[in-house]
Design a protein around this ligand. Structure first.
Ligand SMILES: NC(=O)c1ccc[n+]([C@@H]2O[C@H](COP(=O)([O-])OP(=O)(O)OC[C@H]3O[C@@H](n4cnc5c(N)ncnc54)[C@H](OP(=O)(O)O)[C@@H]3O)[C@@H](O)[C@H]2O)c1
Length: 316
């Protein structure tokens, strides 16, 4: 195992300084790692704009955060359902009109292990439509403001990138054949990570140093993820796993995204997450990523397909 650049304990939020004057836009803050990330950013003085699909849950989340951190925290919420392109576009417009700067967009929200093939209103398999196309469009539409702010795009992926078929199933992206929950989820998380490395290449080719893009994952964290969208069996397995030492708190699961959003001079080409057993738990830092996540031919094709499918392009 290589040495962790942040020491034996790995990266922790103690490294974050005062975030007064900084603005972070986070998706999926009603539970899990997103909630913990929002809480830590707010506790450091940042302004946090939460993009959630359920306004009532957003209200409750803001009330909880104010109760825990004080009424003066700078938190607000905009409704966005990542599974709907029209909702993502509307939310992005609202962000652009109500926020002056974005120091980091943290794409944390996702669904996982959906037991059956379900299609989004835009005609994509639900995990690909929500986790991948939703984020692609959000990032592209907020890109101009992130660029103006010299900000960052942070994608929360998963070690699932290395499960499933380990590539993009271009000839059957919606899994009309051979659908399995794990394969479809893994593909969507792989696509999320691949598009970050492709974005880096495109920024570099354009000589654009104004935006940094990072890929990370939370390891195996005790959150609502499987309870929200997984099958009864997956929920049983995941809830049993929560009792084992191979899982960690949601707070620790938030560290990789917080590091990617705030740590100065972090190498963009890295992949960040827990560095202990199976990369599920342990000190947070950079760790090995398998070459298929950076397969240039696949990532270029995915990017071009995303432009065509969504009708949205990054203005790099
Ligand atoms: N937990 C793990 O062990 C693990 C492992 C690998 C990767 N991850 C990744 O970590 C990230 C955070 O997940 P988590 O574990 O913290 O799960 P979580 O507790 O279920 O949180 C997911 C968040 O995403 C939101 N969300 C789901 N679908 C949405 C949609 N269509 N539009 C807007 N928001 C939506 C949820 O909102 P609602 O409250 O409305 O459902 C919730 O706020 C995800 O990207 C996940 O893939 C987690």
């Amino acid at each position: 195992m290589s040495t962790n650049q942040f020491g034996r304990k790995g990266w922790t939020p103690e490294r974050i300084g005062n975030l007064n004057g900084k603005t972070f836009v986070l998706t999926g803050t009603t539970s899990g790692t997103g909630f913990e990330a929002a809480k830590i950013l707010l506790s450091k003085g940042a302004k946090v704009v939460m993009l959630n699909r359920n306004p009532k849950k957003s209200e409750d989340t803001m009330a909880t955060l104010k109760q825990e951190l004080g009424q003066e925290i700078k938190v607000s919420a905009i409704k966005m359902d990542l599974s709907s392109q029209s909702s993502v576009k509307k939310a992005a417009e609202e962000v652009l009109t109500s926020v002056d700067q974005i120091d980091a967009l943290i794409c944390n929200a996702a669904i996982a292990q959906v037991p059956n093939q379900v299609m989004t209103e835009d005609g994509w398999e639900s995990q690909m439509g929500t986790n991948y196309y939703g984020n692609y469009t959000l990032q592209a539409l907020l890109f101009p403001l992130i660029e103006k702010s010299h900000g960052r795009i942070v994608t929360v992926g998963s070690m699932g990138y290395d499960m499933g078929i380990k590539t993009i199933k271009f000839d059957d992206l919606n899994w009309d054949n051979d659908y399995t929950a794990n394969n479809a989820y893994s593909q969507s998380k792989l696509a999320q990570i691949m598009s970050i490395y492709e974005l880096q290449d495109r920024l570099k080719a354009a000589g654009n140093n104004n935006v940094k893009a990072y890929a990370c994952h939370p390891g195996s964290s005790r959150t609502n993820l499987i309870n929200t969208s997984g099958s009864f069996m997956m929920r049983m397995i995941f809830n049993l796993m929560k009792l084992s030492p191979l899982t960690q708190t949601a707070e620790k699961g938030a560290y990789p995204q917080l590091m990617c959003a705030t740590e100065p001079d972090l190498d963009q080409t890295g992949f960040y997450g827990p560095t202990g057993r199976s990369n599920w738990v342990g000190p947070v830092g950079a760790h090995h990523i398998e070459p298929h996540a950076k397969d240039k031919e696949v990532s270029k094709r995915l990017w071009e397909l995303s432009e065509k499918e969504t009708g949205v392009k990054f203005e790099i």
